[in-house]
Design a protein around this ligand. Structure first.
Ligand code: GLU
Length: 548
């Protein structure tokens, strides 16, 4: 077979050469050890936690080494593409602090190694397709769906491996005349790789996460170009990551089964193989067993979920870092205020089997992160969240920023800041009572009759002085406790509750419920200081009248 003639026949319009592409995308001038890596998502409109796990791994490896992180949009599957998905992708990654040095962006592409959207790179793939054909390493296949289905059926009956290989590779050695007549008839074709591998052969391979792997050679003549001339993932991966001068491929381990083919393809193309960082899946506990997080079953897989719940970006980032590197938590304990980018990230510390996603842990991390923020920052982030997800609350917050900030300052600062909030969504239930419109009607503990509660509230009103300090304020509460025959001796009460009508805690709760509408609230003295004399008194009075 004259492969050169076949190459001309299949790609008559391709005049560019691999050499000219090499020159157009030169080796990057970067310091030794600089990692060039990428995120290469498909624009399906769904950005998930796995994207963030891979994105952060790639981002840390690139930027920690003085290298480059770029974004390549893998849009070869037009059927799966959702309009606007590229924008969603870019905005979401930006929201989580993943900064790309080059690649696809909202206003187009930036960087010298583009285009960064695969559909715009068809001409580039065809240069290498033509080259492979001219060297006898690829050939056109005119098999129909029916022929392929029949082949599979026969392989299954014979209990053989399925796929287009060996004697089943019907078009591997067809004459140029056969090919010409199919082309003349206008029949569709795909371009296949001519594999010289054998499943009898194995070799060792080092993955940065999975460690030493034993790989079986690929013997399948995989498709390189689909019938519309658009490449498969495999071919695009090899061409793009070579020309974009990727040194490390960070991707999900669902690509491991086709890694043997990728290694073979890089070799056939004369490309230097990048290093691979195959990341395991995110799993969750389902009853007593683990399973992969699923798009269908688990809303928490979508990154939009965390935004809508109001997990601060810092919290999600911090949590993912604890998942990725087991020593991150110890480092954080030793460096509580350090910028997370000063942590020495290592892909070798990733769990090869993937990670268990623990929502409760994320919540804890988030409580810590929010507790570390000052009230001004909490106010800013909470208002931003509310603007999008609870506009009514946002309006209240923004009507009086000083008031909102003073509420958010409760229990903040000091050695042991309170950890009331894990998400911004929790803020309204926590602090809504400070706004009259959100105040709930007080409901008092049914174990006490209305007269007793009223008595406490009236006595409190009689003694209430907004200028009291918290010590005096509490002394007054204790005095009322004694006056109505309740006890301040919690130990004695615990030993024999029947000996007492109630305790100082019950008395405080009556007042708390009257003022906040809730049995749980931040420090009641501080609450009254923020509400001020008039509003406190008004709330207590209205509770009294609802009881009488
Ligand atoms: N488009 C592929 C995916 O979304 C990218 C895999 C890779 O990073 O190479 O899975």
């Amino acid at each position: 077979m004259n492969y050169q003639a076949l190459a001309e026949l299949l790609f008559p319009n391709v005049t560019d050469t691999a050499e000219s592409l090499e020159a157009r995308f030169p080796i990057r001038q970067l310091p030794d050890g600089a990692v060039v890596t990428r995120m290469a998502p498909s624009p399906t409109g769904f950005v998930h936690l796995g994207n963030l796990v891979q994105g952060l791994t790639a981002e840390r490896m690139a930027h920690q080494s003085g290298g480059i992180l770029f974004l390549r949009v893998e849009d070869t599957d037009a059927k799966r593409e959702v309009p606007g998905a590229v924008e969603v992708l870019i905005n979401t990654l930006k929201h989580y602090g993943i900064h790309f040095d080059e690649g696809a962006s909202i206003d187009g592409d930036n960087g010298d190694y583009g285009p960064y959207r695969q559909r715009q790179r068809a001409a580039i793939y065809h240069v290498y397709a033509k080259k492979l054909v001219s060297e006898g390493m690829a050939y056109p296949c005119f098999c129909t769906e029916e022929e392929l289905a029949a082949m599979r059926e026969q392989q299954e009956t014979n209990k053989q491996n399925t796929g287009y290989y060996g004697k089943y590779a019907m078009w591997r050695d067809r004459s140029i005349e056969d090919i010409q007549s199919q082309l003349a008839a206008g029949n569709p074709w795909v371009l296949r790789f001519r594999s010289t591998g054998s499943i009898e052969n194995q070799f060792k391979f080092d993955d940065l996460v999975k460690g030493k792997l034993t790989i079986t050679e690929n013997d399948i003549d995989h498709v390189l170009l689909k019938s519309d001339g658009i490449p498969t993932y495999h071919f695009a991966h090899a061409v793009d990551d070579h020309l974009m001068r990727t040194t490390h491929v960070v991707r999900g381990d669902e690509w491991l089964p086709t890694l043997p083919f990728h290694i073979q393809l890089f070799k056939a193309l004369g490309f230097r193989l990048p290093k691979y960082v195959h990341i395991g899946p995110l799993m969750k506990m389902d009853g007593t067993s683990k399973r992969k997080l699923s798009k269908r079953k688990d809303p928490e897989l979508a990154l939009t979920y965390y935004k809508a719940e109001g997990f601060p970006v810092e919290a999600v980032y911090e949590y993912i870092m604890t998942l990725l590197n087991s020593n991150y938590e110890d480092w954080r304990r030793a460096n509580p205020t350090a910028d997370p980018t000063t942590f020495k990230f290592s892909p070798k510390k990733l769990n090869p089997a993937g990670n268990l996603f623990d929502y409760a842990k994320l919540t804890d991390v988030s409580k810590n992160e929010i507790a570390k923020m000052d009230a001004e920052r909490v106010y800013t982030l909470l208002s931003q969240w509310a603007e999008e997800f609870d506009p009514d609350f946002a309006e209240k917050l923004k009507a009086n920023p000083e008031y909102a900030t003073s509420i958010l300052a409760i229990g903040r600062g000091g050695k042991k800041p309170r950890k009331d909030l894990a998400t911004w969504k929790e803020a309204k239930p926590y602090m809504g009572f400070f706004y009259d419109e959100y105040l709930e009607t007080p409901v008092f503990d049914e174990r006490f009759d209305n007269a007793t509660v009223c008595d406490v509230l009236k006595r409190f009103l009689d003694s209430f002085d907004i200028s009291d300090d918290s010590g005096i304020w509490f002394e007054k509460v204790k005095t009322i406790t004694g006056e109505i025959g309740f006890t301040t001796d919690m130990k004695a009460y615990k030993a024999d509750p029947s000996a007492f009508k109630g305790t100082v805690a019950d008395v405080s709760t009556f007042i708390r419920v009257a003022v906040t509408g809730k049995t749980n609230s931040p420090d009641l003295y501080t609450v009254m200081q923020i509400l001020g004399y008039d509003r406190t008194v008004e709330r207590i009075r209205s509770a009294i009248s609802s009881l009488s």
